[in-house]
Design a protein around this ligand. Sequence first.
Ligand code: ZN
Length: 247
Amino acid sequence: MLKARTPGAMLAAMPLRTRPPARFRRLAAIVLGGRWGVRVLPVLALAALVVLKVPAALAFPYRVDVGATTVYAERPVGAAIVPVLARADRLLAASPIDEPGLRRQIVLTDGGWRWRLLALNLHGAVALRRPFSDVLLFNRSDVARDRVSNGAAISGTRTLSGTIAHETVHLLVARRIGEWRAARLPVWKREGYADAVAGETSIDPADEARIRARDPHAPVLAYYDGRRQVAAALRRNGGSVDALLAD
Ligand SMILES: [Zn+2]
C-alpha cells in the first residue's frame, strides 16, 4: 500500500516517525519517571517544595512565631525580632494594599549553605520571594542591628525591617493582582513600589553617581530609579496603588 500513498501523505506521516528532539525526550523521562527521571524527579520535587513551601525542612536551628509570622533563623533571634517586625509592619500599614496579620514565613540565613540552596541562581540578592510562596528569604541577616546584606561593599546592605517590608509587598501585590500579572509588571513598578513602601533602596544617595558612572545599567539602579518613578506616578494618579499596578 506504500506505493499508493501520495507524496503529500508521506510528508504528513513523517513527523510521526521523527524522533522528538533530545530536550523533549529528557523532559519526558523526568515527567514519566524514566531512568534519568527516577533519579532526578524526587530531588527536583524536594528542592521545589523546600524552596517554595517548607524552609523548616532545612533544619533551621531557631524558630520564633510572632503573630501570623514564623521566623526561621540560623542564629538566635530572641526578642530583638519583635521591634524589627513591628517596624516592617508600620511601613506596610502605610500601603492601601496591606493585609495586617497575613501569614508569612521569614527565613533569616547567615549567607551560608542554606541561603545558597534556597536562593539558587539568585544567591547574589539581599533578599527574595519566589512566586506562589509566602516564604521570604534573607541573605546575611543581623537581627540585633536590623541589617541584612549580600556582602557587597557598595549598595549591599539594607535594614532588615525595611527589607521585610519590601519582600512582603511582593507577596501583597501578588495577592492583589495575581501571581502572573505581578510577575509581568515592569521592574520599575515591581521593585519601585516595594522600595517606596520600604522607604529605602539598596543605594546610599551618596553612592548613586559613583555607581551610575561605573555601570549605567547596574541592576541596583532599577530599584533606585523605580522608587522615584513610582512616587511620581502615584503623585500624578492621586495616590492610587491599584491604578499604578493596573496600567
Ligand atoms: Zn524586590
